[in-house]
Write a protein that binds this ligand. Sequence first.
Ligand SMILES: Cc1cc2nc3c(=O)[nH]c(=O)nc-3n(C[C@H](O)[C@H](O)[C@H](O)COP(=O)(O)OP(=O)(O)OC[C@H]3O[C@@H](n4cnc5c(N)ncnc54)[C@H](O)[C@@H]3O)c2cc1C
Length: 460
Amino acid sequence: MSNLCWIRRDLRLHDHAALSSSLEDGETTLVFVFDPHILDKLKNKEDRRVTFIYQSLQEMEAELQKRGSSVIVKYGNPEEEIPKLAAELKVKNVYTNRDYEPYAKDRDTKVSKKLHSLNIGFKQFKDSVFFEKQEIQTGSGTIYKVFTPYKNKWLEKFESQGKIISNYECNLKNLRKFLNPESILSIDWYKKIGFIETLPLLSGGTKQALKRLKEFESIIDNYKTARDIPSIEGTSLLSVYIRHGNLSVRDMLRVGTVQRSDGGKTWVSEIVWRDFYQMILDAFPYVEKGPFKPEYAKIKWMGTNEDFAAWCEGRTGYPLVDAAMRCLNATGMMHNRLRMVVASFLCKTLLIDWQKGEKYFAETLLDYDLAANNGGWQWSSSTGCDAQPYFRIFNPYSQSTKFDPQGEFIRQWIPEIAHLSAKEIHQPDELKAPDYYRPIVSYETNRRRALLMYSVVKNK
Ligand SMILES: Cc1cc2nc3c(=O)[nH]c(=O)nc-3n(C[C@H](O)[C@H](O)[C@H](O)COP(=O)(O)OP(=O)(O)OC[C@H]3O[C@@H](n4cnc5c(N)ncnc54)[C@H](O)[C@@H]3O)c2cc1C
C-alpha cells in the first residue's frame, strides 16, 4: 500500500512534516491541486502569486524527475480531486500539513470525510507554525489575546524543550517512480487554469529562498535597527517564501536562534508574531469577516471612494504614503513600516474602512497571507485583539522624516519630487513641486474626526 502527499502552501521537498511521515510510512506520490475556488477570486489573470507557485512547482518537478518521479497536478475542486485520485491510486492514507484558514479547515474536513467513506486515512501535521494554539495557552487554559505574554510563554516553552528545532527529513528514495506526461514541465498549465505568466520581483522556489536566507544571515545582527528603514534592505524579504512554504518556519528559526544578538532576538520575535496571528485566526475565525472587537463594527466611516482610489494609486499628496503604494503596485511588495503607515493613513486620516485596505492588500501583495494581513490591519486600525490604542494615529509627515530622513525611498518612487531637498521632500511646496499632488485631506482636521469617530463607538 502506498500514500498520497497533498502539497498546498508547503512547496518544498525538505523539512516537511507531512512528506517526511508519508515517505517513512511507504511509497509516496505527490499531488498539487489548482483550486478554482481560490483562483476565481483573482481578478488579474497576470497574478504574480500564480507565477510564483508555478515556478515553485517547476523546481519541485525538476528535482523529482531526477529521481524518476513527478508531482501530479490537478485543476478542480479538491473535495472531488483528492478522493478521486486517492481511490485511483489505491492509497492507504493521504498526508498533508494543517492549514488554519477558515476555508482550508472546512475543505479539509470535507475531504477527510470523503476519504474515510472510501476507507482511506487522512493524516494532518503541524508544519507551517512552530507552536499551534493548544500548545501556548494561559494558566487557565485560554487563548492569549495579547502578544507580549504570548511571546513570553512561547519562548519559555521553546527553552523548556531544550530549544530543539526538529528537522523533518524527507527520504526521497521512497517516492513512487512513474512518468507523468501531464507534469508542470511538460504541458502549459497556465492555459489550463486560465492565467498568464508574469515576472514576479522574487522568483519562486526553495533554491532562491535558501539563498536569501543565507544572505540575510550575514546582516541579521543589524536587523533591530535596520528593519525600520525602507530605503535599505534591512529585513529578510522571506515572507513570500514562508507564505508558500518554499522554506520551513524551522529553517527561519534556526537562523534566528543561532544568533544571540539583539538582531537575532528581534527577528525571532517577528516569527512569533507570525505564529500569534495564525493562532488568532485559528481560534477566532470570525476575524476574517470583521473586527476582533465587535464594537468597532459600528464605526461610521466617513471617507470617500475617490479618496480610496487615490490611496490605491499613490496620489494622496502625502509622499511617503504615495511612494509606498506605488512600490506595492509595481512590485507586489511593501516594507513593514510602510504597511503600518499606509494602513493607519487609510483608516485614521482618510477615514476609510480598514477592510477595504485589507482587501486591496490581499489582491496585491506577493506575500499575501490571510492571518498576517488581517492581524496587521486589525492592529493598525485598532480593532484587533492586541492593537494599538485608537487614539494613536501615525503622523505621515513625522513617520516620513523619521524613517526616510533623506527621502531616498520617496525619491525612488515619486520622480515628480525627486529634485527636492531632504528637508522639502516630506511635505512638498506647491511652487517647487507643481507636478505632484496636493494633500487630498488635511491630516490635522481628519485626526480630530477620527478620534471622534472611534470614541463614539468605544464609549457607547
Ligand atoms: C497592514 C499590514 C499587512 C500585512 N500583511 C501581511 C501579509 O499579507 N503577509 C505577510 O507575510 N505579512 C504581512 N504583514 C507583516 C509584515 O509586514 C511582513 O511579514 C513583512 O513586511 C515581510 O517582510 P520580510 O519578510 O522582509 O520580514 P522580516 O522583517 O524579515 O520578518 C521575518 C518574517 O517574520 C514574519 N513577520 C514579520 N512581521 C510580521 C508581522 N507583523 N506579522 C506576522 N508575521 C510577521 C514574516 O513571515 C516575515 O517574513 C503585514 C503587516 C501589516 C502592518
